[in-house]
Design a protein around this ligand. Structure first.
Ligand code: NAD
Length: 498
């Protein structure tokens, strides 16, 4: 079995810790490789490589930095099939879904091809007598990214593309569940012309993460994962004086108004609730039909669709939805479903017993639907991160909007309606970061920014879009005057523009 090491100084290297973890194919439940778990010495090697390479990279003009990304985008397209198969084999999602994961990351690489424009500063001529004032956006130095298992291509690219384009060196700590694609992305960046040491990949677990959070030479940290770890990373990195942004879990609601096109709303819920086996931070896990009649129609439309979901391995092109990522995830989802029953929700479709011939050890969970879920239940409060959709019936629009408003998480939300007034009111009042109007998964494109509210995100700048350039750079403002503009004599009072 292969051992995946780290990517440091432009090449693959073995780990120094002696600790490893198994990487599984979730469809078969078999280990496909082992991955090294970094210790302080591995991290230090990455920091040393980054520190040596970064000043020269930052001094490279932005058009040349951009050209690496033009080439990288081309290489991603050439290697699309290989990357998608590798991604699916460790994550379990379908090949088409893996391609979506890769393309959504690649779009951020396309966005940063505009870095010469994106990183421009501001200039004011004549801000005072003989005084010009200008600002520059300079890289932080060494940035680090800690990423989750569910988008092993997209989220690493969301982080390293803007960081590197802006002149930083970068250390990526991907999820230890699916490390192969991040390693390949680093190789493709090298092939695209990136100097060695600018993008390093450290595989590992908590030890590697803590090392990053405490390392004095790492100036910025971006994290995506579950909320408890996001909170922890935010606190520890900020306490160490780093710039930090962390993005956490979600419980995304979709409100279905009585006037909504029910067939379209049900189709939207199928994709958003069960695509990628519900393992998306923008998955819809709560449907909120308004009125009993709407609820009855919605459940009646969903049930047969869920029963006919095609669940299988990524190698079967007819598959709608693959397994969940680990045995532990499968067991946790099944236990939450049991809790839902105990706490009084109506289990309309039970996916727990799902078995597939030839894949008996795969981590499959069948599509599951609960009706009459209430806000006090664990299946409503917790992020399940599996193919389990809860229907919470609301009497009125006000009752419906109250649910996501009061929920701990605030990542994504959607409303399905034909009523423009309701949609506009919803978009304006809702306290959630990303809103869909007749769009179930409103994930913003690369040139807008991505981020939730409340316990779904800590920090003030979002991922991609112009926020990402701001995050990975700091502003320096220069006030300049030449001898002809300088008055004789010392000035002791605060200078003003009187
Ligand atoms: P996770 O929190 O378990 O792991 C995320 C990263 O943190 C991994 O790299 C992991 O190695 C590391 N980590 C895990 N435990 C740690 C610990 N105790 N100390 C330090 N580091 C630790 O998340 P996951 O299971 O890989 O991903 C799923 C979660 O990510 C879900 O909650 C999902 O909603 C969330 N997510 C959020 C977004 C978003 O943008 N808001 C996007 C994708 C996923």
């Amino acid at each position: 079995m292969d051992t995946i090491g780290h990517f440091i100084g432009g090449k693959r290297v073995a780990g120094q810790s002696g600790r490893t973890a198994d990487v599984f194919n979730p469809a078969t439940g078999e280990a496909s490789s082992t991955v090294a778990l970094a210790n302080g010495a591995d991290l230090q090697a990455a920091v040393d490589a980054a520190r040596e390479a970064q000043p020269k990279w930052a001094a490279t003009n932005p058009q040349r930095r951009a050209r690496v990304f033009f080439k990288f985008v081309e290489l991603i397209n050439t290697h699309m099939d290989e990357l998608a198969a590798l991604l699916s084999s460790e994550h379990g999602k379908t090949i088409e879904d893996s391609k979506g994961d890769i393309v959504r990351g690649m779009e951020v690489a396309e966005f940063v091809c505009g870095i010469p424009h994106l990183q421009k500063g501001e200039f004011t001529e004549g801000a005072g007598p003989g005084i010009d004032m200008y600002s520059m956006r300079q890289p932080l130095g060494i940035g680090a990214g800690i990423t989750p298992f569910n988008f092993p291509a997209m989220i690493p690219m969301w982080m390293f593309a803007p960081a590197i384009a802006a002149g930083n060196a970068f250390i990526l700590k991907p999820s230890e569940r699916d490390p192969s694609v991040p390693m390949r992305l680093a190789e493709l960046m090298m092939e695209a012309g990136l100097p060695a040491g600018i993008l390093n990949v450290i595989n590992g677990d908590k030890e590697a993460v803590d090392g990053i959070l405490d390392h004095p030479d790492i100036s910025g940290v971006s994290f995506v994962g579950s909320t408890p770890i996001a909170r922890y990373v935010y606190g520890r990195a900020a306490n160490n004086g780093k710039r930090v942004q962390t993005f956490g879990g979600a419980k995304n609601h979709m409100i279905v108004m009585p006037d909504a096109d029910m067939a379209k709303a049900a189709d939207a819920l199928m994709g958003a609730g069960y695509g990628s086996a519900g393992e998306r931070c923008m998955a819809i896990s709560v449907a909120v039909p308004v009125g009993e009649e709407t609820a009855d129609r919605l459940v009646a439309a969903l049930a047969p669709k869920i029963e006919s979901l095609k669940i299988g391995p990524y190698t079967d092109p007819a598959t709608d939805m693959g397994p969940v990522v680990t045995k532990a995830a499968q067991e946790r989802i099944n236990a939450l479903v049991e809790k839902g029953i105990e706490q009084g929700a109506e289990l309309v479709i039970d996916g727990r017993g799902f078995k597939l011939q030839g894949y008996e050890n795969g981590y499959f969970v069948g599509g599951t639907l609960f009706d009459r879920v209430t806000p006090d239940m664990d299946i409503y409060r917790e992020e399940i991160f599996g193919p389990v959709l809860s229907v919470v019936r609301a009497k009125t629009y006000e009752d419906a909007i109250d649910l996501p408003m009061k929920h701990e998480y605030g990542n994504g939300v959607a409303i399905f309606t034909r009523d423009g007034d309701a949609a506009r009111d919803f978009a304006s009042r809702i306290n959630v970061g990303m809103v869909g109007i007749n769009v179930p998964i409103p994930t913003p494109l690369a040139y807008h920014s991505f981020g939730g509210w409340k316990a779904s995100s800590f920090g003030d700048l979002n991922q991609h879009g112009t926020d990402s350039i701001k995050f990975w750079t700091r502003t320096k403002t220069v006030t300049s005057r030449w001898p002809s503009g300088i008055k004789d004599g010392a000035e002791f009072s605060m200078p003003t523009m009187k």
